[in-house]
Design a binder for this molecule. Structure first.
Ligand code: ATP
Length: 265
């Protein structure tokens, strides 16, 4: 799977919010978007999933032009968007929320059951709460549920909008570990994150979005070492740097080390 955007523009009302975006996500890549609030990251993800129509430019997925296709078609092709704020159905059970994620493929119920079991294996915390009303879950659990629901349709490209927003440090680490393990299992991930430091630390490549345009692009490491990026974005979301008690496994240690190696400005 490859996603390729060429000169993509989109917006609301009479105004463009993203302008001439060129961006590529290749198989088994984590690509992260960083940028200030309002830079246009969410709009970019929504334009890729079809929730916001594009104005000009092209979106090519696996060689197929999709900028005119409805969201449901894009989902069937394997593009899944987990929006900011989770947007789970709080009155439905965990299990029912997961089931809705499989709906787009009109999977037979035995297939949906098998997929739900697979998701439950990945998220033991969800397995224990399958019948619980989703509104009773903590913020972190709801984020896991939102990602789990996205995985129910077996995506090829998973787009995550601010998955760590508002989560306790230990859960932030868990979410980032999860993203790395999904990539390692073959998914491509497009991530929008306020936490530039952590997201660049796990990213294969990143794009800095400023005022709806790509201001800078490079490998995660290059952007982490960039003085421009450090000056503007690396102060955000580093509170958990001191939470070494939670840095348990390899990837977390790696993240911790990467964070420490970022030049102080
Ligand atoms: P954040 O992290 O705060 O979500 P962002 O980089 O994702 O920021 P967007 O949410 O894409 O940025 O917003 C980009 C611009 O588009 C902002 O000026 C915002 O006010 C505007 N905008 C977003 N959604 C809409 C909408 N539904 N209607 C009109 N304007 C919108």
């Amino acid at each position: 799977m490859t996603l390729e955007l060429q000169r993509l523009s989109a917006g609301y009302g009479g105004m463009d919010v993203i302008h001439d975006i060129d961006l590529t996500v290749r198989p088994r890549e984590i690509v992260t978007l960083i940028g200030a609030n309002g830079a246009g990251k969410s709009t970019l993800l929504k334009t890729i999933s079809g929730l916001t129509p594009s104005r000009t430019g092209t979106i090519t997925f696996n060689g197929e032009r999709i900028e005119g296709a409805p969201t449901a078609t894009r989902m069937r092709l394997g593009i899944v968007h987990v929006p900011e704020g989770r947007q789970i159905f709080s009155g439905l059970s965990v299990s029912e929320n997961l089931e809705l994620g499989a709906y787009i493929h009109r999977r037979r119920s035995d297939e949906a059951d098998a997929q739900r079991a697979e998701v439950a294996t990945r998220f033991p915390m969800l397995r224990e709460r399958m019948l619980e009303v989703a509104g009773n879950l903590s913020g972190g659990q709801q984020q896991m549920l939102a990602i789990g629901r996205g995985l129910m349709s077996r995506p090829k490209l998973l787009m995550l909008d601010e998955p760590s927003l508002g989560l306790a440090p230990r859960l932030v680490t868990e979410i980032f570990d999860l993203i790395v393990s999904l990539r390692d299992q073959g998914l491509a991930i497009l991530l929008s994150e306020q936490n530039a430091q952590l997201s660049l630390a796990i990213a294969d490549r990143g794009y800095v979005i400023e005022n709806g345009r790509v201001a800078l692009t490079g490998s995660g490491q290059e952007l982490l070492q960039s003085k421009d990026v450090a000056d503007r974005y690396l102060g955000v979301g580093v509170r958990h740097e001191s939470s070494s008690a939670h840095m348990e496994n390899g990837i977390s240690r790696r993240l911790h080390n990467l964070m420490r190696s970022v030049p102080k400005t």
